[in-house]
Design a protein. Structure first.
Length: 518
């Protein structure tokens, strides 16, 4: 009994200390100066002149281009950073300290060295960059780094873990946005974070994803969204969180320079250059000129947990667009948990004669098994109501490798939909409860038959039986997966290519009340 009492007392002491610690950090004065996107000029920078030349030949106010290639996505960001002459405004959920993450940060620092103003907003829990590197980056006179919804305890792992526990309700809400804005002239927005798996450099699985390169009036909307997040109470300057220490920026530069010329980077950069010649990617002729293009996002207050009108602004904007479908709706979402409302909406469209198709990950391909557990309970009701479901196979299943560093597998990461051959959306939004209620999201909603046509061709390819399993119900309403293996049809009664232990884990997780967190 004495031991139990002592243990209980120790728990109380730890909690009291944690609460006091959290309170002390919360009361710390944070100095933050509001800032806004810099004013654009017609010909002050190469990107200004590029847009002026493009616009002169077209009446439409926006130009969009699709990036499916992971190498192309890397090349576009590097080229935008190198061409920038005024500003880089970057916001990301994840920025990894791996090969491509460091190569990309090297380009950002090089732009700042040329006098470009850099504002870098990162989600605190998503990134894998160390606080030491944060301090070095932020010490650059032309770079300011802010963390979204950060933990205040930084130096001690135990204290940080305790703060995460005590602040679970607020810490659980994250900024899932992804945007790269150069000089207010080029916007890259979509599903990709910054890290090897998004740019075909991972040694395990790589992601299949979409980005949009946008030029024109819609970028002003992206700048306004960035400014709202940057100046929100949830975005905290990193210098207010970290203890003062000597700047290690010069050391960080040297380390990144060594990496860029080393054995790991050379073959990767050579492959990028061979497929996407430097200086050509942003000047691509593959632009779709559109009058209607809108950058849409949740407000930053959503991550603060404040319930107010518009707190699910993005989905409230997109749902009516989807509900107005007349002929065909194609949804791509790696993490797909429609919920009862989603099943009802899609089933109603199907009953009205709309061809509704969904592409998501198979259990063997997904990187988040817990989400698959939440999704699996909705497959039967969707199929019963006429919705077609396709599950992307691991690329290793049909011997297609998109990796340059040994990986033969891929996982779907695209978040997009097309409607009636004319309307499209590409962004960071998953069709799951976390994106709907907990995380902030953003993307581009547009009207362009040409761009939607490109997306539909990719959807057709990825939902083919060579690339995906098609799900159906047999006469007993049991699930059947059908795919082509070496050109021959193959039918499966269980999750294909997933181990028994993985299937058992998903079944177990499906019994737990976790859906609201997935």
């Amino acid at each position: 009994m004495t031991a139990i009492v002592a243990f209980a007392i120790s728990i109380v002491v730890v909690l009291v200390a944690g609460i006091a610690l959290a309170s002390r950090h919360r009361d710390k004065i944070i100095i933050k100066i509001a800032s806004a996107a810099l004013r654009k000029e017609p010909d002050a920078t190469p990107l200004d002149r590029h847009w002026t030349n493009l616009q002169n030949a077209h009446a439409e106010r926006n130009a969009l281009s699709l990036i499916q290639s992971n190498l192309g996505a890397f090349a576009a960001r590097v080229e935008a950073a190198r061409a920038a002459g005024r500003s880089l405004d970057l916001m990301y959920y994840m920025w990894n300290a791996d090969l491509t993450g460091q190569l990309m940060m090297r380009e950002v620092i090089a732009a700042a060295d040329r006098g470009v103003r850099v504002r870098l907003l990162l989600d605190d829990l998503g990134v894998s960059i160390s606080d030491r590197a944060f301090h070095a980056i932020d010490s650059h006179p032309n770079i300011e780094l802010r963390l979204f919804n950060p933990t205040k305890a930084r130096e001690n792992v135990f204290r940080r873990g305790l703060e995460l526990l005590l602040r679970f309700h607020s810490v659980n809400r994250r900024m899932h946005n992804k945007a790269w804005i150069a000089d207010g002239r080029v916007l890259i927005v979509g599903g990709r974070n910054i890290g090897d798996a998004y740019f075909d450099a991972a040694e395990q699985a790589n992601f299949r994803d979409f980005d949009v390169i946008a030029h024109g009036d819609c970028i002003a909307q992206a700048e306004e969204i960035f400014d709202d997040y940057w100046n929100s109470a949830v975005a905290v300057p990193v210098r207010s969180l970290l203890a003062r220490r000597p700047s290690k920026l010069a050391k960080l530069r040297r380390r990144m320079d060594v990496l860029a010329s080393g054995n790991a980077a050379r073959p990767y950069l050579a492959q990028v250059e061979s497929q996407h010649h430097s200086g050509n990617f942003l000047m691509s002729d593959n632009l779709h000129w559109v009058e209607s293009a809108q950058v849409v996002a949740d407000p930053p207050e959503k991550a603060a947990g404040k319930r107010r009108s518009g707190h699910n602004f993005l989905m409230e904007t997109l749902l009516p667009v989807m509900e107005e479908t007349e002929k065909k709706l194609s949804i791509t979402s790696p993490y797909f948990i429609p919920g009862l409302k989603g099943v009802e909406t899609l089933s109603r469209l199907s009953a009205e004669g709309v061809k509704v198709s969904v592409l998501t990950n198979s259990l063997a391909a997904t990187d988040v098994a817990a989400v698959h557990a939440g999704y699996s309970r909705y497959r039967r009701p969707l199929l019963i109501n006429g919705i077609k479901i396709h599950e992307l196979r691991s690329l290793a299943d049909h011997h297609k490798s998109f990796s340059l560093r040994g990986s033969g597998q891929a996982s779907l990461h695209t978040k997009a939909f097309t409607r009636d051959g004319e309307i499209g959306f590409i962004g960071s939004l998953n069709f799951d409860p976390r994106s709907m209620s907990l995380n902030t999201e953003m993307g581009v909603l547009f009207s362009s038959a040409g761009l939607v046509g490109e997306m539909e061709e990719i959807f057709k390819d990825e939902t083919s039986r060579e690339m995906s399993f098609e799900l159906t119900l047999n006469e007993r309403r049991n699930l059947t997966w059908t795919g082509l293996v070496r050109g021959e049809p193959r039918h499966y009664r269980h999750e294909p290519y997933a181990s028994f232990s993985r299937r058992a884990l998903v079944s177990l997780m499906g019994l737990l009340p976790l859906e609201s967190q997935l």
